[in-house]
Design a protein around this ligand. Structure first.
Ligand SMILES: Nc1nc2c(ncn2[C@@H]2O[C@H](COP(=O)(O)OP(=O)(O)OP(=O)(O)O)[C@@H](O)[C@H]2O)c(=O)[nH]1
Ligand SMILES: [Mg+2]
Length: 240
């Protein structure tokens, strides 16, 4: 997959009804990457046929490095979209982030460089010194903390539910990722072959200012199911 014409990094962004946010993120991230000397990128917006026209809004940017992939007809869902993105991406360094600008584009060069410097996985982390979250109600903050604490059963990553990370493709080769629910990060942290070499880089999560959240009780249930799956796989000898 990785040939001489492959870009240096692939950024995979799952989107559903993010018409305002997705082009904004694309422009902002493009500037950050160019300024960091990482202009040789591709961005894949993995869209599940958003009725608000997200894919068309991304295509209007008319930059060959920025693509919207319309997944209409394929199984919908955040994890499905990201795993599909891993399959379509052409680079060795894969970055995953949300479209809603909760994940600061300025962190992406740090995550990429951590992976290029030998850490197979680099995670944007709210739960180490220097990290944090702004704008979330108490209920959401508690849910996130409990989810991360539970995630500790399968990975040493402190922000184990982070959806903002970079991973070396080779660390995923031969690894079967289950496309369950919302937390593809946890799946990657638990299963990628990183040998414990995981770097966490602090950032402050900011609640979305436009578009609607897709988080809900169903996501909590899916998370618990995912955890049980990961713990079972681990007890059978899988995982990093
Ligand atoms: N392709 C695809 N993307 C999705 C789906 N659900 C959510 N997303 C995207 O995944 C990212 C995370 O979803 P959010 O709704 O922001 O979830 P969250 O960050 O936990 O919740 P909030 O920050 O409260 O909105 C966003 O970029 C969404 O557009 C889906 O079913 N398919
Ligand atoms: Mg969000």
């Amino acid at each position: 997959m990785n040939g001489p014409s492959s870009p240096r990094l692939s950024v995979i962004v799952p989107t559903y009804n993010e018409r305002e946010n997705a082009p904004r993120l694309a422009r902002h991230l493009r500037r950050v990457l160019e300024e960091a000397g990482l202009g040789d990128f591709e961005m894949l917006f993995m869209d599940d046929g958003s009725p608000d026209g997200t894919a068309a809004a991304v295509s209007e940017l008319a930059d060959a490095r920025i693509r919207a992939v319309d997944r209409t007809g394929l199984t919908r869902g955040l994890a499905h979209a990201v795993i599909d993105g891993f399959g379509r991406a052409r680079s060795e360094v894969l970055v995953v982030m949300d479209a809603d600008l909760s994940h600061p584009p300025e962190l992406v060069p740090l995550l990429v460089k951590a992976v290029e410097n030998g850490s197979p996985v680099a995670v944007g982390s709210r739960y180490i010194p220097g990290g944090g979250s702004e704008g979330w109600p108490l209920k959401r903050r508690i849910t996130s903390r409990v989810a991360c604490w539970l995630g500790g059963a399968v990975t040493p990553v402190r922000d184990s539910t982070s959806g903002f990370f970079a991973v070396r493709r080779s660390a995923l080769s031969g690894v079967r990722l289950d496309p369950l629910g919302f937390k593809i990060g946890l799946e990657v942290f638990a299963k990628a072959r990183h040998g414990g070499r995981v770097v966490e880089v602090p950032y402050v999560f900011r609640d979305r200012t436009s578009g609607k959240s897709k988080f809900g009780p169903r996501m909590i249930l899916a998370y618990l199911q995912q955890l049980v799956g990961l713990i079972t796989a681990r007890s059978k000898g899988g995982g990093a």
